[in-house]
Every structure is written in C-alpha cells, then in structure tokens.
Design a protein around this ligand. Sequence first.
Ligand SMILES: Cc1cc2nc3c(=O)[nH]c(=O)nc-3n(C[C@H](O)[C@H](O)[C@H](O)COP(=O)(O)OP(=O)(O)OC[C@H]3O[C@@H](n4cnc5c(N)ncnc54)[C@H](O)[C@@H]3O)c2cc1C
Length: 479
Amino acid sequence: METIRSGGAGDAAAVKNLTGPVTQEELLAIAGPGSVVSGEDLRSRYPGYFMSSIDARLLVRPSTTQQVSQILALCNERRQPLVVHGGVSGWVRATQTRPDEIILSMERMNAIEQIDVANRSAVVQAGVVLQTFQETVEKHGLCFPIDLGGRGSCQLGGNASTNAGGMRVIRYGMMREQVLGVEAVLPDGRIVSSMNSMLKNNTGYDLKQLFIGSEGTLGVITRLVLRIRENPRSCNTAMVAVPDMATVARLLRTIDAGLGGQLSAFELIDNDFFGVNTTEGRIRSPLADLSPFYVIIESLGADQERDAAMFEAVLADALESGLVSDAVIAGSERERAELWSIRETLEHVVSDFTPFYAFDVSLAVGEMEGYMRNVRGLLAERFPDGRIAFLGHVGDGNLHIAIGAGGPDDRHAVESCVYSPLTAIGGSISAEHGIGLEKKPWLHISRSEVEISVMRELKNLFDPHGILNPGKIFKEDAG
Ligand SMILES: Cc1cc2nc3c(=O)[nH]c(=O)nc-3n(C[C@H](O)[C@H](O)[C@H](O)COP(=O)(O)OP(=O)(O)OC[C@H]3O[C@@H](n4cnc5c(N)ncnc54)[C@H](O)[C@@H]3O)c2cc1C
C-alpha cells in the first residue's frame, strides 16, 4: 500500500494511506479518543431497530464541523462510502448500511448554540434531539412547531434532511418552512455556510433547500438556523365521529373557516385503526358509538376562554349540520393526551398486522375516498385475509396506511396495491418520510424521467465519487 506524508488541511493523520478503506486510527486522529465505535459495540447499538440492518465497518462521532469536513475530505479522497445517521427514526431505510460503509453519527453535535428571542430564531447543531429543542424553546415562551411521534429520538438535522412533517403542518408548514439557514459539509470537505437568520433573503439560489429533503445524499448538515414561533396560550382538542370521507373533506373546510386561522391539527383515524387501539384492555374509547371515521381536531390560539367558546361553537354547528355524528372535547391535558394516544400509539397495529407494512402517501383530499376504496379492493383481491387501516394528517392531504398481508416475499405486491392507484390521480408515493431504499423502485410514479435525471446530475455535481449515502433515493448511474 502506498503512503505519503500529510502536509495540509488533512492534519487528520501524519501518515495517510492513498488507497484502501479509511481506518479506525485515521478517524480517531480526526475526531479524538472515544469517537469511533466498531465490532460488537456497533452491532449491538441499535437493539430495537427494525427498519434497517447495521453492518457497517465503523461508526464515527465527530464533535465539530471541522471534524466532519476532515472526515469527508478523507473519505472522498479514498472513495470510502459513508452514511449519515441522525436519530435513526426514519421509516424508509435511508440509514441502512452495507458492510463496506462507515456511519457518520451526528449525536455529539448536540448543542443549542443560541436562542434569539427578539428575532424568534435559534442556532442549533444538527444532532440536537427534536424534543430537547421543543422543551428548551418553551422555557423562553416560544415554540418549535414541528412535532411527530419520533420526537424523543429524531434529530433536527434528520428532520431537515427528510423535510419532516408531523402533526401541525396544516398550520405551520413542514420542516422546510422552519429552516432559515443551514451549514453543510460537501463530500469533498468544503463547508457551505448559509447560516441566514432572516425571513427574507432573495439573493440568488437558495442553496439550503438542496440539503433539505435530500436524505443525506448531497452533504452533511452540521448546523441550522431555525425559525421559532410564539408559544400558543390556548389549546383546544376534540375527537369527532364522521360518516364518510366526502364529509371529512367538507368538515375540514368548515372547521378551518370557522376557527379563523387557529386550526393546527386535523388528523384522520379510520374505524379499523380505531378498533385496533380501542380493543378491550388497550385504550378506552372516548365515544359511545362506532363510526366509519374519526378526526382529531386541535386549535391553538391566544386566549383559552375565548378560543374554547369559539371551538365549541364551531363543533356545535358541525354537529347540527350533520357533518359530525358525535364529538368529545378534552377537558384537561390528561384527556387531550388520551385522545392523541389513539392516533399516535403504533405498537398494537404493528403487533396485530403481520407482516406489518407502513405507507405514507399524499393526494388531493377530494381523491381520498376513491383512492382508499381502490387500495382496499386491490389488497382484498390479492390477499383476501389481509388487514388494512388508514390514518394520517388528512388536513395536509397526507394518508398513512397500515397493512398486514401476505408473507415475507410479498412486499412488492403489497406496495403495488398502494402505489399503483396514485398514478392516475397524480398522488405522491411519499408525503413526508422520503424515499431512502424503501420507495426507490417506485420513484417513477411521482417523478418524471427528466426530474430524475436532473436529480442525478445534481448528485454528480455535489458528490462526483458517490461516497455519500450511496444508492439511496435513485440509482446514481442509470434509472
Ligand atoms: C413513532 C414515529 C413517528 C413518526 N412520525 C413521523 C411524522 O409524523 N412525520 C414525519 O415526517 N416523520 C415521522 N417519523 C419519521 C422520522 O422520525 C423522521 O423522518 C425524522 O425526520 C428522521 O430524523 P432522524 O434524525 O431520525 O433521521 P435518520 O433516520 O437518522 O436519517 C434520515 C435520513 O436523513 C439523513 N440524515 C440524518 N441526519 C443528517 C444530517 N445531519 N445531515 C445530512 N443527512 C442526515 C440520513 O442519512 C437519512 O438519509 C416518525 C418516526 C417514528 C419512529
């Protein structure tokens, strides 16, 4: 193996290999003692991890942007593939590794560097856990509105890389709308600092947008400037029963108009999902009778007394006009949590539906009824014993679908039941979870050939040696 003395930026190692995989010693020389995990310590690191297999060679935990830059420069020079890990809570196997790869874990870059209350912005490192950030800004009377079930483990860098959505998109938008600035490291080690903290900045290409939602394929996000909002001072939550999907769509418009901008969540649960979670011995059903659909409606505002009165009046109108057949309003934080637990608890559906498949698609609200019927029909035809349930952020046109059908080799057939009906209605195979490896074979349903080839050109421009999260989203060379 050829070696040379290192002279410049790579103070990583006094002696560098020119060929061959990057070694543990070289990574330790960059990121310091205790920064590298290998062998059994690495394999046993993700005990409950069911979406990916972890068989990477090494895991490195840098603490600074400079270290990330040196690691990437070294890997780029040596054509060493690496995969970025945030909280590893993603659903599409975007963090899956191969045995020759190195994991770059962002867990040590977990500082909240600044909270600017006057500007309502914050500077954070990418490895800060979402929930930690939410709780920290709340102490300043502010709120970070991205909220999702994986809040306790997912990281802000992962949220940006997947353009995460969650429960409050209808009011505040997705992660893309919360990011004011980004610092990212390119595969060759260059640091792109776009740490803008202004809401308005139309000065040419908005480079940060390329790193948001690109699932760690174009660069490693190391720091972010995030927009934070005023903490709502009122919260009203209800669960309502609705007879059909056409009525769900009408209800959405009525409630949104009636609440005058306060609507913050409009979450659908169908009877099948509701039934799984409210089976005897699980969660108590808050409503007397069964219904085809349920919606959790939540408003956030400024004055509890006034907003509660408005919320009740809007719901009373919906009951009177037949949009809603039954309704229950949470009277306390405990009751609110109970209502949400019917929507957020996934463990029962994962255990009841086997093998378990989870989908996340996007389509116009008006198309949902026909789409759900189609998917049910296709699934019943192919897997008569299959089980299916719909839920989701329906206010954003986002359906989640839980399926238990077939055997371990039937993934493609099950996916086909869900994805093929989207073509005719212009839907998306991924509303908020990304593409990763899971949805890669179906990307053509949502993206044209030209779009995919432009994506590939961008990938080649940023990462000509294909070292960063290789093989995710699309095949890099052809189709
Ligand atoms: C119970 C539960 C509920 C969920 N609900 C929702 C939901 O409602 N809405 C939603 O959108 N998602 C949801 N998710 C999915 C998941 O939490 C999000 O996709 C989240 O944004 C992933 O963040 P992470 O830090 O775990 O990223 P990871 O899973 O670690 O990584 C995801 C992708 O981002 C890349 N990446 C991570 N960090 C960086 C970085 N710093 N720089 C560059 N690339 C990076 C990875 O390489 C990978 O491609 C849920 C997950 C769980 C477990």
